[in-house]
Design a protein around this ligand. Structure first.
Ligand SMILES: [Zn+2]
Ligand SMILES: [Zn+2]
Length: 416
């Protein structure tokens, strides 16, 4: 009986990991350019954090969490998303005492018990950014711009940035009343999920993917028509800053987040009908977690979905994994010298490999060829006696003799 990986998880084999490393490295570099620092929080947290920090009425918390009791009888949950842990950590470590705004990013696995299907996994991976400590609209625009920069620098085309405002607790109360009035007439025809949402989280009904429900709520009142003056000004200003940053967007009143601590800006970046990045402002979250009043704006990006977009748009992934040098040794004594030589070259920063199977000359050359190394260094007894080695350029086929003392410099030069 062999053991398989659990449903909904993936092994990322070396060829695939190249794509992951490329996307992760670019995201990290863009964060560096935006002055955003990495934070690493635990992969599991007390369940209570997600009940309060994500919301008991959300699908994530009510249906999809990996929750278990640990040996000490505590209820523990594998993190289903990144924001709650980051905000908890900011409060716990009093990071808000540092100059504001805090600009943080995270990257890593999240866990959701979902029905496995194409593009949906039980261990998924996200890159996310959280800005805390300012409610200025310029900061909303900057977070959104960072998200767009990652996708555009990867070369992803046909991105649609959809923007909305979900108001604040003050203006949302009035809107909620108007929405409930409208929904009272159609509610019985809506899907089972929406029936539940009607009581707990009615704004989410506008977000339902069931076609009938979308049709039935086509003429529902939207939050944008009910924004208070402050929220309307904030929304207008976010748009001005996005224009100033040269980021195209469309206003979509159906982008909603139903919980009270979500305020004002909500956005999604969509490619081929799939949301790759979703985010928004959450001015009430820190207080919800017993922290100080600390406004925030952030987003989460699905790395699986980004990689899928790269693949479907046939974008190339630069491959930096190839060897610089493969060392071929002729004879036992030369093999000993080769073992020492590969270490010298590695210390100088070259990626180097040799034979470890005791293969003959022909097989070693074949291995060198298959390795994709740019240069092959050949150590023979004759060369060794002269303190030299032959270097073959695998692109041109040209072969020269080099003194061992100058070999590393020569190879580094070849690499450019
Ligand atoms: Zn408002
Ligand atoms: Zn529905």
């Amino acid at each position: 009986m062999s053991i398989h990986r659990p449903r909904g998880t993936n092994d990322f084999l070396p060829d695939e990991v190249k794509g992951w490393q490329y996307v992760e490295a670019l995201a990290r570099d863009i964060c560096r350019r935006f002055g955003v620092q990495e934070i690493r929080t635990p992969i599991f947290e007390h369940t209570e954090l997600f009940l309060r920090g994500v919301g008991e009425t959300t699908d994530i918390v009510s249906k999809e969490m990996y929750t278990f009791e640990d040996r000490g009888g505590r209820s523990i949950t594998l993190r289903p998303e990144g924001t709650a842990g980051v905000v908890r950590s900011v409060i716990e470590n009093k990071l808000y005492a540092a100059p504001l705004p805090l600009k943080l990013y995270y990257m890593g696995p999240m866990f959701r018990y979902e029905k496995p299907q194409a593009g949906r996994y039980r261990q998924l991976h996200q890159f996310g950014v959280e800005y805390l400590g300012s409610d200025q609209p310029s900061l909303d625009a900057e977070a959104i711009t960072l998200a767009m920069t990652v996708l555009t620098e990867l070369g992803i085309q046909n991105l649609s940035l959809q923007l909305n405002s979900v108001g604040c607790p003050a203006c949302r109360a009035e809107y909620r009343k108007r929405l409930m009035d409208f929904l009272a007439d159609v509610k019985d025809s809506l899907c089972e999920n929406c029936q539940l949402r009607y009581e707990k989280n009615p704004m989410r009904i506008l977000d339902c993917k069931v076609e009938h429900d979308q049709e039935a709520t086509k003429n529902a009142p939207v939050m944008l028509d009910c924004l208070c003056e402050q929220c309307a000004l904030h929304f207008a200003s976010v748009q001005k800053y996005l224009q100033a940053a040269g980021v195209p967007f469309a206003v979509n009143p159906r982008i909603v987040r139903g919980l009270d601590y979500y305020t004002q800006t909500a956005f999604e970046i969509i490619e081929s009908g799939t949301t790759i990045i979703g985010g928004g402002r959450y001015n009430g979250l820190a207080e919800q977690l017993d922290g100080p009043a600390l406004s925030g704006i952030g987003f989460g990006a699905g790395l699986e979905r980004i990689l899928l977009a790269l693949q479907s748009q046939q974008l190339s992934i630069p491959d930096r994994s190839g060897l610089d040098v493969y060392v071929v040794a002729l004879g036992e004594e030369a093999d000993l010298a080769a073992a020492s030589l590969v270490m010298d070259l590695r210390k100088r920063g070259l990626s180097v490999d040799k034979d470890y199977l005791g293969r003959g000359i022909k097989a070693q050359f074949k291995a060198a060829d298959r390795s994709g190394a740019r240069s092959v260094v050949i150590l023979g007894e004759q060369e060794l006696a002269q303190g030299a080695a032959a270097v073959k350029n695998m692109q041109t086929g040209e072969q020269v003799n080099q003194q061992l003392a100058e070999l590393a410099d020569y190879l580094l030069q070849l690499r450019g």
